[in-house]
Ligand binder design. Sequence first.
Ligand SMILES: N[C@@H](CCC(=O)N[C@@H](CS)C(=O)NCC(=O)O)C(=O)O
Length: 217
Amino acid sequence: MDFYYLPGSAPCRAVQMTAAAVGVELNLKLTNLMAGEHMKPEFLKLNPQHCVPTLVDDGFALCESRAIMCYLVEKYGKPIEADRLLPSDPQRRAIVNQRLYFDMGTLYQRFGDYYYPQIFEGAAASEANYAKIGEALTFLDTFLEGDAKFVAGGDSFSLADISVYATLTTFEVAGHDFSAYGNVLRWYKSMAGTIPGADMNRSWAEAARPFFDRIKH
Ligand SMILES: N[C@@H](CCC(=O)N[C@@H](CS)C(=O)NCC(=O)O)C(=O)O
């Protein structure tokens, strides 16, 4: 299946790790946003929202990383593995979903609110927005209290770990210090040897470094 992506993009890397976890091979279609490839008519036909990641599985086109991740698990995951990644039990699944929405709407959102105006618009750093990232990291630290091994609890990693791990890798490459959040740091270190495709996630993330090197923090 075709996977339109950019290596520096955290949501793209979350899909890459999910594909590795379910054993699906992706046909990589590098999409250069800086060159405007996502605004070409042929890409807009696939995804009018003009963003990566975009997956095309035998003519079925889908965007939004977390929707793609759920699709890959539900369509291609083997039963036991699928139940770990996206549990069928309604309450366990609800917690995984909550963490996925937290990642999209709070953790990554606040990261972007602070960094992207500086990178792309030359804006000054906002202390208030920096503090909001800290609050989001505190929430994540709380989810991991009591020596919890995984962000949605349980005894194996789920899609929530994959999604948040991709986000935190971007934090690392950005030089955003999260060492004060002890549970987050412990969990982050442990995921490197746990999530399939974590090495590729780490090396792809380097593509984002030059953007963060442009700003001082
Ligand atoms: N919530 C989306 C975010 C996707 C997103 O913002 N992608 C960026 C790259 S990281 C993009 O394609 N931006 C170009 C655009 O939106 O025009 C997801 O998780 O897939």
